[in-house]
Design a protein around this ligand. Sequence first.
Ligand SMILES: Cc1cc2nc3c(=O)[nH]c(=O)nc-3n(C[C@H](O)[C@H](O)[C@H](O)COP(=O)(O)O)c2cc1C
Length: 216
Amino acid sequence: MRIKYIVLACVMLAIIAFATIGIMHNKTSGVPEPSKESQQAAVVSSKGGEKTLNNNQNKKALVVYYSYTGNTRALAEQIRQSVDGDIFEIQPVTPYSTDYDTVVNQGKKEVESGYKPPLKKKVDNLSSYEVIFVGTPIWWYTIAPPVATFLSESELAGKTIIPFCTHGGYGAGHSLEDIKKLAPKSQVLDELVLSGSNKYEQKEILAWLSKVGFGE
Ligand SMILES: Cc1cc2nc3c(=O)[nH]c(=O)nc-3n(C[C@H](O)[C@H](O)[C@H](O)COP(=O)(O)O)c2cc1C
C-alpha cells in the first residue's frame, strides 16, 4: 500500500516537472507572439507568401514616389505591401538642402515657375507596368517638382495612374488636376490624400485600394 502511494507521488511529480519545463520553453523560445497589427498585416501582405489583395484586373503595378522628409515614403511602402507590385523612389540629380526652410522657399519658386528638376534614374521597364501608383508630398498646393519631372518625362499613354499624396494640413490642393494635365493620355483615378505621418491607418488605405480596383 505504501509503495503504491510512493509510485503515485513520483508520477505526479513527473507530470508537474514536464508541465513546468513546457511553460518555461514557450517563454524562452524567443518566438514573439504575433501582435494584432501583424496578424492584420499578414492578411494583405504580398511579400510574406500570405493572402494578397486581389488586383481585379490582374495588371502589373508599380508604386513610384518622391519624398523629402519620409512621410510619402512611409505611405508608399504601406501601399506596396498591400498590392502585388514593385516600388521606385524618384530622386532629383541635385538633392534638396537638408535645411527645411530653404527647401520651402526653393519649392515655392520651383512650383511657381513650373521648374522640373532632372532626375537621377528612370524606371527600368516602365512599359511593362499597366498601373502606376504615383505618390507625392504636397508642395505649395500641388505635386513636388520631381514628381512633375517624372510625369512629364515618362511614356504614360494608356496606363492607369493612381495618385496618392501626403500634406501638412492644407490638403491636396490642385495636385490631382495637375497630374491629369501632365498625363493627359492616362486614366487618372481617385487620389488618396492623407496628412503626413510615419504610419497610416491600413483600414483607410485598404478602403481606397478597393475603390480604385485593388479590393478583395
Ligand atoms: C516645399 C514645401 C512645400 C509645402 N507645401 C505644403 C502645402 O502647400 N500644403 C500642405 O498642406 N503642406 C505643405 N508642405 C508639407 C508637406 O506636404 C508634408 O509635410 C508632407 O507630408 C511631406 O512629405 P514627405 O515627408 O514625403 O516629403 C510643404 C512642405 C515643403 C517642404
